[in-house]
Design a protein around this ligand. Sequence first.
Ligand SMILES: [Zn+2]
Length: 272
Amino acid sequence: MSVVQRKAMLKAEGFFPHKKNVKGTTIIYSRKHATAKFVRVVVDSGIGKRSGKVVGMAGVKLCYVNRTKSWREITTEVFTDNKGLVSLIKKVEASEKFVKTCKHCKAKKFTAKTGNVVCSNACWTAWGGKKKAASPKKKSSQKIAAQKTKAARKKNLQRVPTPKSQRTYPLNKKPQKKAAKKLQKIVAEILPGDLVSVEEIELDKITNDFTGSILGIVMKADHHGKVDVNWTANTSNLPEWDMPFTDHYQGGQRRTYRFKVLSRSVEWTVAA
Ligand SMILES: [Zn+2]
């Protein structure tokens, strides 16, 4: 792949190289988003800073520049070769409208390290005590689940014996809740225009992430939850029949595949 060609494309698209790349050894380029304030289109050129050669695919994402001038990644980085670069830049730029906005300060939201989708300005930290007290309502089910596991773990560590009167027999009997959990329907909002990849799920855990090897654009999503995707790239070994095609799946399966939305923050949740 030609370095000259890639640099020329980036220049023609209005990008400028950054002096620094704190996360890697390639040259980062960026420019302002065409319409959205404080949003920048960021391209990891895949061109080595030292070697001046193409060392990998180009990665495209959107960042929100927050009040303290920190850049927050508001879309997952998607990768392409020279041929797909210009069109991918346009698609990623267009995906800005799917990124959720903080209703308090209007900043774009991003997925924090905790996995929670939060305001880029972290504006909740400036709220008064009253609002903070009300915030647990907004906790995602994921966060609550994580807290529950944490609490359960703590409990296990303490190993407080159950009083005889409260013991249930047989001792190893699993609570019936577990059986119910297996029949859970897991859903996500998948919309036309979404840039998607695929995730492999085994017993409700993500065991494989195909970002970078599978890429598609959602063409249609009907009210039955059927999703039509125009798959533009698949360099993985995942066969066509394993590709996801619905906005829902059954929890507790030994192995299944679901969509991973790259162009905005989408959570899979248990259907009510
Ligand atoms: Zn905010």
